[in-house]
Write a protein that binds this ligand. Structure first.
Ligand code: HBI
Ligand code: FE
Length: 292
């Protein structure tokens, strides 16, 4: 998730970490979790990758209540060494990357209000835990997230955060994976969003383009609307291999001298898996924000 205000002035991991205070959640807040969970469970069925569902199961994440991080981490750390750490919201890039580089996933400890079920600025516990955490039980995806975090330090030093944020967007947030010839959901921004799940799963509008690392590093995105294109990986193992097989810094230096790409117009190197009819985007640019 991007957008929203950062935790001001925090620069080390410890500055950003707070208590989850699980006992402090009200019945109403557990009720909002249940509403969101049951709504997503219905629309994700048949449209999300099996690895995601296996993760929900493995961690005992259900509609019944907001997950308790200590309990969830006992199982998660046994499987892939990851643990979920409560933070108050978006945190600055440096502690964000440092946490991922230490297999710590920062999750908001708050849940959205009833009147903001469908869009909120800051990643809340439903976006972070329901969206991101289940796949951290999958070893290949967990290794990818770790490699992604470790790339952060160089990105900050070499003006590459903009590119890493795009890679985050097109994989961790809005990535799709091919299963039996069909694109299935794995990105947290889709899995935790009612509208985007239905749209990615069944709208004729979006393009589906084969994942390519350089294409994703160079392709900007809009934070305030559904995607016009999705990038589709073959497997989490291949995504991890692409992320670690060569250094990113030379790519940042090369891309800094080249124009950004956008998610609407194809480029020659694109392997198009499915060309959308762009119906949803016919009056582009209908977005209020600029390409990031
Ligand atoms: N902070 N809590 C939180 N969650 C995020 O996903 C996050 C963040 N800070 C920075 C950030 N993401 C992005 O800038 C990175 O993806 C580059
Ligand atoms: Fe997110």
């Amino acid at each position: 998730m991007a957008g929203g205000h950062m935790v001001q002035g925090a620069n080390t991991m410890d500055d950003c970490i707070i208590e989850q205070n699980w006992d402090g959640y009200s019945a109403e807040e557990h009720g909002i979790w249940r509403t969101l969970f049951e709504r997503q469970e219905k629309v994700l069925k048949g449209n999300v990758c099996q690895e995601y569902l296996d993760g929900l199961d493995a961690l005992g994440i259900t509609a019944d209540e907001i997950p308790n991080f200590d309990r969830m981490n006992e199982e998660l750390s046994k499987r892939t060494g990851w643990e979920v750490i409560p933070v108050p919201g978006l945190i600055p890039s440096r502690p964000f990357f440092d946490m991922l580089a230490n297999r710590k996933f920062p999750s908001g400890n708050f849940i959205r209000k009833k009147d903001e079920l469908d869009y909120l600025e800051e990643p809340d516990i439903f976006h972070d835990v329901f969206g991101h955490v289940p796949l951290l039980t999958n070893p290949a995806y967990a290794d990818y997230m770790h490699a992604y975090g470790k790339a952060g330090d160089d990105a900050i030093t070499h003006k590459g955060v903009k590119y890493l944020a795009r890679l985050n967007w097109w994989t961790i947030e809005f990535g799709m994976i091919i299963k039996d010839g069909q694109p299935k959901i794995y990105g947290a921004g889709i899995a935790s969003s009612f509208a985007e799940t239905k749209y990615a799963a069944s709208s004729p509008s979006p393009n589906f383009i084969k994942f390519d690392l350089e294409r994703c590093l160079r392709t900007g995105y809009y934070i305030d609307d559904l995607q016009s294109s999705y990038f589709v990986i073959d497997s989490f193992e291949k995504l991890f291999e692409e992320a670690v097989e060569r250094p990113f810094v030379p790519l940042y230096e090369q891309f800094n001298t080249m124009p950004d790409l956008n998610p609407f117009d194809f480029v020659d190197s694109d392997i198009i898996l499915k060309k959308g009819d762009k119906e949803y985007w016919k009056d582009f640019p209908n977005t209020k924000t600029k390409l990031k």
